[in-house]
Every structure is written in structure tokens, then in C-alpha cells.
Write a new protein. Structure first.
Length: 117
């Protein structure tokens, strides 16, 4: 089983044909995203209407395809990014699933204080 907080999340910026299943999405991962679908990562795809997402990942024994459809809302999909593939961390992926605009959200800067001896 994949631990979602421990792997990169790759977001395909452009809408995809949601008739695609595992094989079609694997081809997109390789051709459009330039990555291996066997890499320990989540590959996220959005429908044109932005009310559905699919998440593809390999769990060492086979591919898993997770699908979410919103009933009365839309995912805040990044449209202004220049890259074909946007890399998200676990927190940004959570923001996307919760409906927040990941390009506008910024976490507080991490602070580290050490012993200055």
C-alpha cells in the first residue's frame, strides 16, 4: 500500500478524456508527463468540467485508480502554471481535494532554532 504523504504528487495540468482508464492514463504518464507510472508517486488527472479527478498509482502488485466526483462544486485546478506537470506535496494535494486554490495558498515558513554555542 502506498503512503500518500510520503510520495510526490504529479498533477497533469490539462484536462483529460475521462473515458481513459488505467492503460490510457499510464500512457499519459509516460508520454505527456515524462515519468514512469511504476514510480512510487500519485498521478492526478482532472476532467474538463473540473468536477472529477482520477488518481493513478502503482502499489507494487498492480495499478490502483481512485476516482472522485463532486456533486455541486468544482476542483480549483491550477490554470496559470507554465508547466505541463505540476508537482504537489501532500499538503497541497489535501488543499486541492478540499477545494482550495493551491496556487494562492502558502503555508507559514518553517522555523528552526538551534543552540548557538
Amino acid at each position: 500500500m502506498i503512503r500518500w504523504a510520503e510520495v510526490p504528487v504529479y498533477l497533469h495540468r490539462d484536462a483529460v478524456d475521462f473515458r481513459k482508464s488505467i492503460n490510457g492514463l499510464c500512457a499519459l504518464v509516460e508520454q505527456a508527463m515524462g515519468r514512469s507510472p511504476f514510480h512510487p508517486a500519485l498521478f492526478v488527472f482532472g476532467a474538463k468540467t473540473r468536477d472529477k479527478i482520477k488518481v493513478l498509482y502503482w502499489d507494487r502488485t498492480g495499478f490502483c485508480l481512485w476516482y472522485k466526483r463532486l456533486e455541486e462544486d468544482h476542483f480549483q485546478w491550477p490554470r496559470t502554471a507554465d508547466e505541463e506537470v505540476i508537482t504537489l506535496d501532500a499538503e497541497q494535494f489535501d488543499w486541492l481535494l478540499r477545494g482550495l486554490d493551491i496556487l494562492k495558498m502558502r503555508p507559514h515558513a518553517a522555523r528552526e532554532y538551534g543552540d548557538e554555542s
